[in-house]
Design a protein around this ligand. Structure first.
Ligand SMILES: Nc1ncnc2c1ncn2[C@@H]1O[C@H](COP(=O)(O)OP(=O)(O)O)[C@@H](O)[C@H]1O
Ligand SMILES: [Mg+2]
Length: 253
């Protein structure tokens, strides 16, 4: 399973949500958070990870080995304090952008493996973004926005186009502002989840604060667990529909 997380404007908490989803993903799959932000990554610095093991190396090895080696991802994984597997992005935007285009086939292949879910932080995207091919190949796109007038005005302009990038677009709100019902009515799209503002929970997911081991008890962690559950269910439902089409005599619902 391959889930892309992104925003259309500002910095609403994409990396935080990617880590929270990974930390709270149902135990039926092993989650790996991949930081594929064209603006450069934050996980290396936030968690003082090894700068030699990033998506840059993963992209380079995919090119050398022609994506033939399914264990390439596992070789580039590092572990956060709570045990979550991550492949951090490089800090430099140019390096990250150069790597992203090469990552798609390898990520798709890894995401097709049973028991694996890749949660890919694609950062802020626009139609020219280096992260867009990853979103297009993902099973679902989580589009994150703050429910404030200034941000929603920008999102409203781009939302229709953005929804065409993915076979399963999921709109998610983060933090204070308008209610999910209001935003859904104004923008004409369903809101899958509203993640609460939770300063302590977010700090834990940044590697700060008292609870460095993760978000299990935080409001943010609980909201991420619920969202992970519904994302997983939606993707499994979509896959079942595709399978019904593929089976001779199968009927799509
Ligand atoms: N739900 C939340 N509640 C409070 N603060 C948050 C929340 N999500 C993210 N933050 C904080 O907002 C800042 C930006 O978050 P980050 O995940 O890096 O955003 P992005 O990846 O969209 O740039 C960080 O300081 C982070 O701790
Ligand atoms: Mg980020």
């Amino acid at each position: 399973m391959l889930i892309a997380i992104c925003s259309l404007k500002s910095s609403p908490g994409v990396t935080t949500l990617a880590v929270a989803l990974g930390a709270r993903w149902p135990s039926s799959e092993t989650p790996v958070v991949v930081e594929a932000d064209p603006a450069g990554g934050d996980l290396l610095t936030r968690f003082r990870l090894n700068a030699d093991l990033t998506v840059v190396g993963l992209a380079a090895s995919s090119r050398v080995r022609g994506n033939a080696d399914p264990d390439e991802l596992a070789r580039h994984v590092q572990f956060l304090p709570g045990g979550l597997r991550v492949v951090p992005g490089p800090i430099a935007a140019e390096q990250s952008r150069a790597a992203l285009g090469l990552l798609v086939p390898g990520l798709r292949r890894a995401g097709n493996r049973a028991g694996t879910v890749l949660i890919v932080d694609c950062g802020r995207v626009d139609p020219e973004s280096a992260g867009l091919p990853i979103i297009r190949s993902a099973d679902a796109m989580v589009l994150l926005a703050r429910p404030r007038d200034d941000e929603l005005a920008h999102v409203a302009l781009k939302l229709q186009l953005a929804q065409q990038w993915s076979r399963r677009p999921c709109f998610v709100l983060m933090g204070r502002g308008h209610s999910a019902g209001y935003v859904s009515r104004e923008l004409g799209v369903p809101v899958l989840a509203h993640i609460p503002r939770d300063v302590k929970g977010a700090a834990a997911l940044r590697g700060d604060g008292a609870n460095r081991n993760g978000p299990s008890k935080s409001a943010l962690g609980r909201a991420a667990a619920k969202l992970a559950f519904s994302l997983r269910a939606s993707v499994i439902q979509d896959q079942a529909k595709v399978d019904r089409h593929l089976v001779p005599g199968g009927v799509a619902s």
